[in-house]
Design a protein around this ligand. Sequence first.
Ligand code: UT7
Length: 322
Amino acid sequence: MKRGVITGVGSYLPRRVMLNAELPASLDTSDAWIVERTGIRQRHLAADDERTSDLGAAAARAALSDAGLTPEAIDLIVVGTTTPDETMPATATRIQHKLGMQRAPAMDVNAACSGFVYALTVADSLLRCGRATRALVIGAETYSRILNWEDRGTCILFGDGAGAVVLEAAEESEAAGRGMLYAHIDAEGRYGDLLATTGGVSATKEAGTLTMQGREIFRHAVAKMSESLEAGLYALRLRAEDIDWLVPHQANWRILASVAQRVGIPESRVVSTVALHANTSAASIPLALAAAKADGRLKTGQLVALAALGAGLTWGSCIIRW
Ligand code: UT7
């Protein structure tokens, strides 16, 4: 049996940083409210000429360099994104071309803020059944393009960025216990209107802007991310104290803390980048992984748990031996 092992991580953040204090004065919000209710202090914003594929390609290059590989070694690209460059082709194919690659299957996965957990699960499944050997799994987003900058309930929460990992197939017997041990993805479409855009190709011919019933999403996020993680721990016969790092989707520090508390993981073992990056949707988990690897927290052999919830509603979790 084979499974995916993460051998490289990389990220990219646009240069422009917007502090809470720089949000439009007309919003009737404050730095104090945003920090207290979300933990967010700033977000990065893509330049006008920067596309999701530019962010994704930069993160992918960093992940390849971390893995010591060149793009030619990759035979699968899966991109989690809800803010593609265009309706078609897939942003994954744009990234493939920007990396200078000639051939390899390349697809986008739209699971909104669960996009990275979904993309990682899809890639790991293809590696397990032998359809690919080395995948780039990328989360890349430019949410600033779909925000209603007059809605204080949403525009304060999001930012742009990208993160990527290299996932390599390894025989379980030779992986020294490393790799994807558990993956769970799920969705419940009846909650689709809780977090959605006001438009779309088929509905209005325009992308629309993001709307959200924040309190409801908060409740679902805590419950479903916790349940998914607990199911993973149970399936692997692990206890919460076995987890070295919980790296959840970075939506709101209060959600991260509540999930950690419910599952029984101390806050000191939660990797959080929400203060600096805000919510970058599918990019938030690989951005946090890259930050934790860069500062030396993430070490080979540790147990890492990922969990996310996003529009759909979609949600899921992964447990990985790093
Ligand atoms: O990535 C997955 C998708 N997103 C999420 O996971 C986000 C989930 N939701 C949340 O993070 C939180 O629900 C929010 C941060 C969106 C809102 O925080 P909350 O603590 O749930 O606030 P609330 O919606 O219950 O609103 C409390 C008050 C309201 O005023 P009233 O009705 O009590 O007078 C809001 O109008 O805070 C007001 N409010 C604000 N005040 C200042 C809402 N947004 C703001 C704001 N600045 N930006």
